[in-house]
Design a binder for this molecule. Sequence first.
Ligand code: PLP
Ligand code: SF4
Length: 381
Amino acid sequence: MSDALSPVNPTGGPAGPWSGVPVDLWNSWRWQQANRLRRIDELDAALALSPDERRAFTESSARFDVAITPYYASLVRPGDPACPIRRQAVPQPEELFTSPDELADPLAEERHLIAPGVTHRYPDRALFYVTHNCPVYCRHCTRKRKVADPATAASLGELDAGIAAIAATPAIRDVIVSGGDPLTLADDRLIDLLRRLSAIPHVEVLRLGTRNPVTLPQRVTPALCEQLKTIRPLYVHTHFNHPAECTDAAAAALEMLADAGCVLGNQMVLLRGVNDDAEAVLALNRWLLRHRCRPYYMLQADMAEGIGHFRTPLATGRALVDSLRGRIGGMGVPQFVVDLPGGGGKIALTPDYEVRREGNTHWFRNGTGDVFRFVDVASTE
Ligand SMILES: *Cc1c(COP(=O)(O)O)cnc(C)c1O
Ligand code: SF4
C-alpha cells in the first residue's frame, strides 16, 4: 500500500491527542463510546477544524448529529482536508445543499413498512431497524433523516411488534438486522433478539449489518463472539470504504467474528473523493480477503439529502469493477449495485464487455482489452 492509502495509525491503538490514554481504557468500547467527539470544541481540539468545517458543523447539526469515536478520529491524517476518514466523519459545507432530485426517504422504506422498523420490499427478505444509534455518524448515511433522531428509536415494545410481524409473514426467509448500528445494543439484548428471530421456523438466514468493525472494532469482544457462536447461520455485513480503515484492531474484529462462525461480507459505498479510485479499492479488497471478509457490494451513493457531493457517475462504478476484474480473483470483485429510488430495489450494473454482435456471433473484450469471438447456441424460442 502507498502511504496515502495506508492507515495513519496502523495498529489502531491510542495515538495523536490520545497517546496518553492507557491501552486497556482505549480498548474498552464503553470508554470509546463515552469519549466520542460530539461537540464542536471537542472536534476542533482533536482535529483542528477549518472555518468551512466549523460552519458546516453549526449549520448541519440540526439535521444530523455528529459523533466520532476516538479510535476512528485517530485515523484522520492531520492537515489533509481530503483525508478519506475526515470526509466520512467531519461535516463538510457541501452537506448543507439538497438538490431537487434528492429525497428524504430515497428508497421509500416507509412505504414498505409492515411494522415499526420492518421494511419488507423483496418477497423473501426483511430489513429490521433495531436502533438508530451508531458510534460514528457517517456523513454519507442514506438514513440520515432517521439515524441520530432519538425520538424514532425503536422501543422494546416496537421490537416485539417487529418480531411478531416477521413471524406472521411466512414468505420472509432472510432477516437483515440493521439500524443505525445493531451492535449499539447491549450483548444480552442483541443476542435475545437474534435468538427470537432464529426461532421463527421460516427464518432461514439472519444477517447483521454493522459498521462497528470499522468505527469501533473494540465492540467485538470475546464475550460477544461466544454468544454469536450460538446463532446459525449468521452473516455479518460490514461497511469498510477505504484502506485507511484497515488497522490491526479492525483486522482483529473481523478475525474474531469469522472464528465465531459468522460469514463476513463488505458493503462498500462508492464515494467521490474517498474511494472512487481503483488503487484504493484494490488495496481494500485484498485486505478484506486476507481477513476472511468477501467484498459483497459496491453501492452507488443514494439520492439522499445532503450527500450529492459524494455521488459519482454510474460510469465510475462500472470502470472500477472492470479494472478489478483483471487484477484480483473473482472473490475480490463486488457487485456494483444501484438501489433504485422510490423503492425499486437493487440492481447490479456490469461493465459492457460486448464489442460487436452479428446474429449468434458475439465479440467480447476481456479484462486486458483483447477481443474474442463467441458463438452462442441458436435460440430455441
Ligand atoms: C438491500 C436490502 C435488502 C437486502 O438485499 P440483498 O440484495 O439481498 O443484499 C433487503 N431489504 C431491503 C429493503 C434492502 O434495502
Ligand atoms: S454506521 Fe451505517 S447507519 Fe450508522 S451513520 Fe454510518 S452509514 Fe448510517
